[in-house]
Design a protein around this ligand. Structure first.
Ligand code: ATP
Ligand code: ZN
Ligand code: MG
Length: 512
């Protein structure tokens, strides 16, 4: 979209302008329009595309200006260049800039406007008009907002929304990388139903939450053992513990703050831990047997953040602001210290799409080449595990969310710049067929995240090369659902090594 800006402002000086000062002002305005504003604008662009002081007037100590621009030396940038040159020129007359009040700021965006485009609701946008070929925004902004480039970010946001509309419901690019041969199937039911029948799992009291009984957990632990023996140890990953309560500070840096809101489990803190302040809440429960949720809502602060959504963001503050020695790279760690939580709403199903789940997260970082190499080696190891140990029917595919393609984070042309690395940024999903409904279930992924996290958390490497990272989330519920859906719940039909690892189950509970 081609932007057009119109800005009016009052520049308040420390004193009234003398006739001499007014003359200096005239020459500052002229120099700005003919020289200063042209700096940085490409040669050959027409003059209405560059910032221009269209009009100005002086009344006592106040200079009122009207600045117009296209995309180059945008009106707000022009205003600050003017301020700088004013300060220099009028400094001689002992006049300084006291204050700038923005009295009007509007932007027109010219170009294709998709149908149904909705202008974001933001406190800075006082009014808007959407017409074919043009979006007009009237903004209420202060000089500080302009210095923080709020209008530029609003334009970028609007452009993202336009692209989102153009992609429509397309979701992701999906390119098959590998599909296994068919394997022996021993079951055609829904594994969760069967696990329930056998009391391997029971519904917990929160939505999308299960209590995993001993048999289910033996399967989880067997899979963890396979991951440890076949993948984590041979590839040299070391265990860490990543926090599971994630403050906004982390999600601001990881980028999740851009859009994770519909799926977060929010976390709040009490306004005070004074027992007297909370007494009425407990008393209400004692008398009614109900928890007074509205009353609690009045007594808490926040939310301060949410429960773990993706496991790796919480790791990065460990490295924040650091430069890593070459000889510790590629750095390789993993976490399996707690649950992940997502509000899946109506999507919950069985043990495999739940609001509380268990995942091993593998994370690595280094140069782009090292990061890609680890991802490739992980893929080889996973292939061995799914083919030879679990004997699954599975496939994997490169998936690219449209917004990543749009942000230039992924080179969808496949050339990937000079080194070819850029083409590898993105996610590979691993999926298994569920015979009972013939759907493919994503049970894990491997992502090459480029410099997203190192940049967000300001992490550098000694050699000065780009720092990249990758991560792989192994969902234990999903592995279990995939395996049981194909092989059934009877150990005699399982590949021998899996059956041996799971072993025989002592009877812990007998229900009457
Ligand atoms: P889906 O498209 O199935 O919702 P996703 O793209 O949201 O999956 P990711 O964000 O890539 O999943 O999460 C990585 C891994 O975490 C998944 O491969 C899966 O193993 C696990 N996972 C994600 N959401 C859930 C869930 N609701 N229940 C169980 N496991 C999950
Ligand atoms: Zn991750
Ligand atoms: Mg999901």
């Amino acid at each position: 979209m081609q932007p057009r800006f119109r800005l009016t402002a009052d520049i308040v000086m420390s004193g009234a302008l003398s006739p001499d000062a007014v003359e200096s002002l005239a020459s500052v305005v002229n120099d700005c329009n003919t020289v200063h504003f042209r700096k940085g604008a490409p040669k050959g662009v027409s003059s209405e595309e560059i910032g221009f002081i269209k009009d100005y007037s002086v009344k006592e100590n106040t200079i009122s200006v009207l600045i117009l621009s296209g995309p180059y030396t945008r009106a707000h940038d022009a205003l600050f260049r003017l301020r700088k040159h004013l300060a220099q020129a009028l400094g001689k007359a002992r006049l300084g800039v006291r204050n700038i009040t923005i009295t009007g700021f509007s932007v027109q965006l010219l170009g294709d406007v998709p149908e149904g485009l909705v202008v974001p609701r933001l406190p800075f946008i006082a009014g808007s008009r959407v017409e074919p070929g043009c979006v007009t925004l009237d903004m209420t902004v202060s000089a500080v907002d302009l210095e923080n480039r709020i209008p530029d970010r609003i334009i970028r946001l609007l452009e993202e929304k336009i692209v989102a509309r153009q992609y429509g419901g397309k979701g992701e690019h999906w390119d098959l990388v590998f599909e296994s041969a068919s394997k022996p199937r021993h079951f055609s039911g829904d594994p969760t139903e069967e696990m329930l029948k056998r009391n391997w799992v029971r519904h917990a009291l929160s939505r999308g939450q299960w209590i995993h009984g001993p048999q289910s957990v033996r399967i989880f632990r067997a899979f963890e053992q396979i991951v440890m023996d076949e993948i984590i140890r041979p590839l040299g990953f070391t265990e860490m513990i990543f926090p599971k309560l994630v403050p906004w500070e982390v999600w601001k840096k990881s980028g999740h703050a851009k859009g994770v809101y519909p799926e977060i489990y929010y976390v709040c803190t009490p306004k005070t831990r004074d027992p007297g302040y909370w007494e009425e809440v407990g008393d209400y429960f004692k008398v009614t047997g109900e928890v007074p949720v509205d009353l609690i809502r009045e007594k808490i602060d926040g939310p301060i953040g949410g429960l773990c959504y993706a496991q790796c963001p919480s790791f990065w503050p460990f490295l924040q602001g650091e430069t890593l020695a070459n000889d510790c790279l590629p750095a390789r760690v993993f976490d399996r210290s707690g649950t992940s939580h997502r509000y899946e709403s109506g999507g919950i199903h069985g043990i495999e799409r739940v609001d509380e789940f268990h995942r091993i997260e593998i994370l690595w970082l280094g140069t782009p080449e090292q990061t890609i190499d680890i991802a490739d080696r992980l893929h080889e190891k996973y292939t061995r595990v799914f083919e030879e140990i679990l004997e699954l029917e599975w496939r994997c595919a490169r998936v690219t969310p449209w917004f990543m393609a749009q942000e230039g984070l992924v080179d969808t042309t496949g050339t990937g710049g000079e080194c070819g690395c850029g083409a590898r940024i993105g996610t590979t999903d691993y999926e298994a067929i569920l015979p009972y409904n013939d759907n493919w279930l994503e049970f894990q992924n491997v992502s090459i995240n480029g410099d997203k996290y190192p940049t967000g958390f300001n992490v550098k490497i000694q050699s000065g090369e780009a720092c990249w990272s990758g991560c792989s989330g192994i969902g234990l519920e999903r592995w279990t659902a995939a395996f049981l859906a194909q092989k059934g719940l009877d150990g005699e039909n399982w590949p021998e090594s899996v059956a041996n690892l799971v072993g025989e189950q002592n009877e812990v509970f007998r229900f009457l």
